[in-house]
Design a protein around this ligand. Structure first.
Ligand code: PLP
Length: 458
């Protein structure tokens, strides 16, 4: 029987509807940077699934009853109880969001010149490594190179390459191995438990700490129960607990699988490392029993972490994404296969094959989706990952030209998603009319947040 979302909608927010002329004006005023388009000019906002999900009545009830004490509030102990049960890490520090967790942990682990190895560092994760003078190196698995293949765990790290690096001349420079579950920078693909087990063994052998970037730990666990032999009869909670248990610690943004507008935590086993992090935490985020979080966010997160592991919720969210994937494919647009959960990654390079990487097909498609339908999403291609010279000319393109269409949790209905597919179908009928773009200005770090672009002919 078909599954359905295990909730009904009780509070709604209207969405803006704009004219084509208004969208042209808004996009050009934003210098073709999606992050600078005001939300009131966006009809369907698929820029991110981070902090944009709908909270439940139970989360809001808990938030209303939150305890605002500075130290040791009831809300902290509730949060602690939920996170302890899930992770079994003895040291847990709340922080205000994932990048704060990265900053606090990495600055206590990494020294300048060291290497951080990952299946793929997310953009803020990479920035927090590089700001410390360390190098962030991605080692995605070989299967990830084929966007069309149905391989179930294309989010894995390349184990052979990991071992080569750990045992080779760069080995002594490796300060940490960080596995992102699911792999947001790598097509939203999951990481298998077998891969996590192997990473743990290699890290043990070479004496390197192994951390998880666990922003989407529940969605990864669900895909493990669906795709990895031996886990089919386990609950997503059981799988998630085992994943956390394999690592020496984690950073976890709770704006994703905490289903909360704000929040994150650091989990650690090593008491010495925990002491160093705690000093940094208190100096820069907040006292250890609230980090950077308000008490109401501690409550929302504690409740959200339970709701996110409900199989009915994860099943219906996965089906929602799969439904959009089918519609998009029927519309003539290829995606990174197989579809994950939090986002679809459109193969813009293939759809807009008349645009070379230097004309940024991913950005061109994202802009066109906005212009045609008021849909906001973001490029993950050469603008995001390419290498540029000082004059903003593309020197080395990214391996793929993608657009990430993120799906906020519990937020849009199937009718909204059908509208998205309809807009894409319109673009796919006449792809050669979509123009190229060029970079007018861009900062060296976290480029795509602060870009200024123009249409190439302009
Ligand atoms: C995999 C991953 N890690 C870290 C972060 C950073 O988290 P935050 O936005 O809470 O700072 C994100 C945010 O999107 C993410 O997707």
């Amino acid at each position: 029987m078909k599954s359905f979302p295990p909730y009904r909608i009780q509070v709604v927010k209207e969405i803006p509807v704009t004219t084509r002329a208004e969208r042209e004006e808004a996009l050009s005023a934003a210098a073709y940077n999606m992050f600078d388009v005001p939300a009131r000019k966006v009809t369907i906002d698929l820029l991110t699934d981070s902090g944009t999900g709908a909270v439940s009545a139970a989360q809001e009830a808990a938030a209303a009853a939150a305890d605002r004490s500075y130290a040791g509030s009831d809300s902290y102990y509730r949060f602690r109880g939920v996170v302890d049960k899930l992770t079994s890490y003895p040291h847990i520090f709340p922080v205000h969001q994932g990048r704060a967790a990265e900053r606090v942990l990495f600055s206590s682990v990494l020294r300048p010149g060291q290497l951080s190895l990952s299946n793929t560092h997310f953009d803020t994760t990479r920035a927090n490594v590089e700001l410390l003078g360390a190098e962030a190196r991605d080692l995605p698995c070989v299967e990830a190179r084929d966007l069309d293949s149905a391989e179930p765990f294309k989010g894995n790290i390349d184990l052979a390459e990991l071992e080569r690096t750990l045992s080779g001349p760069d080995g002594p420079r490796v300060g940490q191995v960080l596995i992102t579950i699911t792999n947001n920078g790598g097509g939203g693909q999951p990481v298998s438990m077998a891969n996590l087990h192997a990473v743990r063994e290699l890290c043990r052998r070479y004496g390197v700490p192994f951390f998880l970037d666990a922003a989407r730990f529940a969605e990864n666990a669900w895909l493990v129960t669906e795709r990895e032999p031996g886990y089919r009869h386990q609950t997503p909670r059981e799988v998630a607990e085992q994943a956390f248990a394999l690592a020496d610690g984690c950073v976890a943004s709770l704006k994703k699988d905490g289903i909360s507008p704000m929040g994150a935590f650091i989990g650690l086993r090593d008491p010495e490392l925990a002491k160093r992090c705690e000093v940094n935490l208190i100096a820069t985020e907040g006292f250890r029993t609230y980090g950077g979080m308000a008490s109401h966010d501690l409550e929302r997160v504690a409740q959200g972490l339970d709701e996110v592991l409900e199989p009915d919720y994860l099943r219906s969210r996965t089906e929602e994404t799969a439904h959009l994937a089918r519609l998009v494919n029927d519309a003539g647009v290829d995606i990174v296969q197989p579809a994950g959960i939090h986002a679809l990654y459109l193969n813009a390079g293939r759809l807009l094959s008349h645009i070379p990487p230097s004309g940024f097909p991913g950005h061109a498609l994202a802009c066109q989706m906005y212009l045609e339908g008021g849909i906001r999403c973001v490029e993950l291609g050469s603008l995001y990952l390419g290498k540029f010279d000082a004059g903003h000319n593309l020197l080395e393109p990214a391996p793929f030209e993608l657009v990430r269409v993120a799906i906020p949790r519990r937020t849009y209905t199937l009718a909204h998603l059908e509208y998205v597919a309809e807009v894409l179908a319109g673009i796919a009928k006449n792809p050669q009319t979509v123009p190229e773009y060029r970079v007018v200005d861009a900062p060296p770090l976290l480029r795509h947040f602060n870009l200024k672009m123009a249409q190439a002919a302009a």
